[in-house]
Design a binder for this molecule. Structure first.
Ligand SMILES: [Zn+2]
Length: 247
């Protein structure tokens, strides 16, 4: 886990070396007698992937191991010491950890699967949630409602792609380097064909939405809607009232 990269690493070795960050980040100690676990430096707290204590290191106690916090006669946490030494979050997480009499060896395990063995799926989840700042990929909206619509699966996927900015509108195709016009063919090339135009903006859409009984709601929202996705989810909220969703 702590091997060095070296002076002239190959691509494969660089990749393996980089993956250590993931594996190391997902490991946590299970407390046995606590003798191998360094209190301040090792991952041993159970708190949704944040496994290190957050209390500042106590001067003179840098070498503290978890064993020092356990009364080994009865295999119990030294509760008063733990509460005095750690902040509230750490103390709470330490004291709820069970100390099993029969378990004496400290053991490292992969903490993101129920069976404690490393697998790729859980590593991917760990990277996504803990290592990568994925805030920009998240979009607000009633996503569960979208998947509960009583419509064919392929239409749901189409709508999902639309809300994730994945539809090949002419504007998007141009951005991706495709040589084509960015204008809508349905309204005589007078407007850009972007997501908003394809679903709500094009003048040719009124009879379509009217036939679906939704034009009145859309018309009211056109001026005030905060973009395509916002109006899309507003419509979904309306559909729930109309009992168009699966339970
Ligand atoms: Zn148009």
């Amino acid at each position: 886990m702590d091997v060095k990269l070296g002076h002239n690493p190959s691509f494969v070795w660089r990749s393996i070396h980089a993956s250590q960050v993931v594996v190391r980040g997902g490991l946590r100690w299970r407390v046995g007698d606590g003798s191998r676990i360094r209190v301040w430096y090792d991952p041993w707290i159970k708190d949704g992937g944040r496994s290190h204590v957050t209390t500042a290191i106590h001067m003179g106690k840098e070498g503290l191991v978890v064993r020092d916090l356990i009364d080994l006669n009865g295999k119990l946490w030294r509760e008063d010491e733990v509460k005095a030494m750690f902040n509230e979050r750490d103390a709470k997480n330490i004291l709820v950890m069970p100390l099993i009499d029969e378990v004496s060896a400290d053991k490292k395990f992969w903490q993101f699967t129920t069976h404690e063995n490393y697998n790729l799926k859980s590593a991917y989840h760990y990277i996504k949630e803990h290592l990568v700042d994925n805030g920009e990929w998240r979009k607000e909206g009633s996503w569960t409602k979208l998947w509960r619509l009583k419509i064919p699966q392929k239409v749901k996927v189409f709508l999902w792609r639309a809300t994730r900015d994945c539809l090949p509108t002419r504007c998007r195709l141009q951005t991706c380097g495709v040589h084509c016009s960015d204008r809508c063919v349905h309204c005589n090339n007078s407007s850009f064909e972007n997501d908003w135009h394809v679903f709500f903006g094009c003048e040719k859409l009124e009879p379509v939405w009217s036939a679906a009984g939704l034009w009145n709601i859309i018309r009211e929202s056109l001026e005030i809607a905060d973009g395509f996705i916002s109006l899309f989810f507003q419509l979904l909220d309306f559909l729930q009232h109309e009992q168009l969703l699966r339970k």
